[in-house]
Ligand binder design. Sequence first.
Ligand SMILES: Cc1cc2nc3c(=O)[nH]c(=O)nc-3n(C[C@H](O)[C@H](O)[C@H](O)COP(=O)(O)OP(=O)(O)OC[C@H]3O[C@@H](n4cnc5c(N)ncnc54)[C@H](O)[C@@H]3O)c2cc1C
Length: 386
Amino acid sequence: MSRASVSPAGVKAATYDAVVVGAGIVGAACADECVREGMRVAVVDGDVIGGGATAAGMGHIVVMDDSDPQFALTRYSQQLWQELRPALPADVEYEQCGTIWVAADEQEMAEVHRKQDYYSQRGVPVEVLGQDALQSTEPNLRKALAGGLLVHEDGVLYPPCAARFLIERAQAGGATIGLGCSVSQIGNGLVRLDDGRELSAGAIINAAGNGAASLTPGLATKKRKGHLIITDRYPGFVRHQLVELGYLKSAHSTTGDSVAFNVQPRRTGQILIGSSRQYDVEDKPVDNPILLRMLQRAGEYMPGLAQMSTIRVWTGFRAATPDQLPLIGPWPGDSTVFLATGHEGLGITTSLASARILVDQIAGRRAAIPIEPYLPSRVSSEHAYV
Ligand SMILES: Cc1cc2nc3c(=O)[nH]c(=O)nc-3n(C[C@H](O)[C@H](O)[C@H](O)COP(=O)(O)OP(=O)(O)OC[C@H]3O[C@@H](n4cnc5c(N)ncnc54)[C@H](O)[C@@H]3O)c2cc1C
């Protein structure tokens, strides 16, 4: 995944201002932000750059409004992606294609209007599409859907290349990168690698995704399995990221299995088809009944998808918190440990803002958005998963 020159030997058992554990999109963004802050930085990952949930993600850069804190973080981060856009290499495939939240009936149109009000009041450009406008904007959707909400500034990108870009930029700014370096323990200013080496750090940033909880006892996140399908090339068949409004029910559920219509046009002309959510499933293999449900759901909204060749199916695990907000900030009880994890299905979107507000905290600066909703101190035994 990486073109950066990195190796286990590349990480010296030295003292750093910050050691980032995890080179997924969140750790990569944290490393880049720390370097921009003028810190001496090391990044260590037991695997490769962007090989965890980041490699499995859909790369939808989406503003969400489940809660005010979720809106604040997604919108801020989307604006940071837009600022970064001119620097992104072509292989990151950033496209501002917009999202259409598709309403199947009049009840869902009421939700379209609620979302329109919420976004408009907060300066996000949106447009309500009636039945005819939806049909002409996305002619391959099934006829007689009620309409939708077009969110113009949403986009898509290719997450592993975005992570690689951020790591390479951090490395160009002086960061040391160690891949194939599993971390066995963190705390009290020390990061211990599996091979016994120890790195000292003023700040240890635990951005290990689903591996974060085993490094920070008391932290509880839960794995949430997802499936994605990618088709062969059908340029122009889908023009925007299309998501059924029922997706929100799927994303909100904290138990059980769910699927929702969620398709994305790639620059290659391929179509990425999602999505599923499953708790309490730890194994990676594709679950055929879930896959079938996803394809059926996609076919109900876009009948032409049934004729398409699919070339790959994969699964990945989102790291979920009980209140569906990430954990960004100091870990109570150890002033050297900071968390940047628990991003569930929004970590690609929110990586840049997460890194920015985390480094603001390390630097003792006021962040651009209120940080309190994301502070790890809110996690207590009363809220933790058991
Ligand atoms: C199917 C699916 C679809 C998704 N779609 C979207 C989307 O459209 N938009 C969006 O915003 N988000 C999406 N997401 C969510 C997004 O992919 C994640 O939130 C994000 O990738 C999390 O990034 P991360 O860096 O925290 O974790 P990861 O990418 O998992 O990175 C963690 C890294 O830590 C390393 N690590 C773990 N333990 C250790 C250890 N002990 N020592 C050393 N290294 C360690 C791992 O090797 C890994 O590289 C989706 C996720 C899935 C599964």
